[in-house]
Structure formats: C-alpha cells, structure tokens
Design a protein around this ligand. Structure first.
Ligand code: ZN
Length: 198
C-alpha cells in the first residue's frame, strides 16, 4: 500500500513536470547549428527587467568579430539560413546600433571569437521579452538567432554588411521543451508511411 502510493505520486509528479516544461518561457535554451547542421554551441535566454539576457557559448568559428542578430522567423534551413528572414524588427526601425533611426530590436553588439575558435559571451536584447507581446522573442512560433561571417558595421542597411549567415538557432518554447524528450519511434514510423503514400 505504502509503495503503490509512492508509485502513483511519482507518476503524477512526472506529468506535472512535463506539463510545466511545455509552458516554460524563461529560461530558454537554444542549440546553435553551423551550415553543415553540426551542433556548435548554445544560447541561453533569460527574462530580465525590460530586456532578455542571452549567454552564448559557441565553438568552431573563425577568430575575430562576428555580427549576431535576432531574426524574425523560427526557421534554420541550411546552408544559407535565409529561412530565418530579416532582423527581428517589430517597431519598424532602421538597422544598426549606431544608426540615428535605429535600431532593430534584434540588433546586438558584435561578439569576439578567440584564437581557438570559441566564444563565451553575455549580451542583452534591450526592450525584448520572453513573455507575451509584440516584442516577445517567443511570439507566434518564435524567432531565431544568427551569427554572421563578418562584423556588423552598425549602420549599413539592411543588415550591417555582416556577410553570410554561418550559425543559426531556433528560439521557441517547443524547441526548448523538445530537447528533453527522447525521440519517439512511433512518430518517425508514421512520417515514413506518409512519405510512402506520396
Ligand atoms: Zn538589424
């Protein structure tokens, strides 16, 4: 009797935990991928007063300064990551932290990659939130974070002349919760069957 009660309590606790995980809006952990879709790091987003803090840990990049931005769509299709769309810009401003009519909400200061190809930096997305609203990085399906091949000059339109998109990560509640789940074999079988029918 004592053991079965414990057993049921564990199940209920599991269900509660899984349920809460799906709704978790802060912190959000984002996996970063390069153009070959190799995992190259993480970006951890955390709600603050009037900003979202993001800690970026990445490896395998060319040393030097790289532009980094929040883009408008939660889609990272390799190799060019054009699927991520433009910079996240809910207020309709010009690009660049140094532009008098800027900046995009998704504009961030360049990150510096060390000689060994790694970076571990903390940035703030000023004015953004992970909660509800137009300025939410998690609005609709979410947004994405992109690292560029070159530095952002802070003023050129539309994206600071930062070159190719070399790293991408999807910022969404779903992606963040999915990481904790094992792959469901039933689900992939269904997908295969559907492909056969087509
Ligand atoms: Zn921009």
């Amino acid at each position: 009797m004592k053991y079965s009660l414990l057993y049921y309590c564990s199940i209920v606790l599991c269900i509660l935990l899984v349920g809460c995980q799906g709704e978790e809006r802060s912190p959000i952990e984002v996996r970063l991928y390069n153009q070959d879709l190799d995992a190259v790091g993480t970006a951890n987003f955390k709600e603050q007063d009037d900003s979202v803090a993001v800690e970026i840990k990445v490896e395998g990049l060319a040393p030097g300064f790289h532009g980094i931005h929040i883009h408008e769509f939660a889609k990272c299709e390799a190799p060019d990551f054009q699927s991520a769309g433009n910079h996240f810009n809910p207020e309709g401003k010009e690009h660049g932290l140094m532009h008098p009519d800027g900046a995009h909400l998704g504009d961030l200061p360049n990150i510096e990659v060390a000689e060994d190809g790694t970076a571990d930096v903390e940035l703030e997305v000023q004015g953004a939130t992970l909660m509800e609203g137009d300025k939410s990085l998690l609005r609709e399906d979410g947004t994405s974070i992109i690292i560029h091949a070159d530095a952002d000059d802070g003023i050129s339109q539309p994206a600071g002349n930062a070159g190719e998109r070399i790293v991408c990560g999807v910022i969404s509640i779903e992606e963040s919760a999915d990481k904790e789940k094992p792959t469901d074999p039933t689900e992939s079988n269904v997908d295969e069957d559907e492909e056969d029918d087509n």
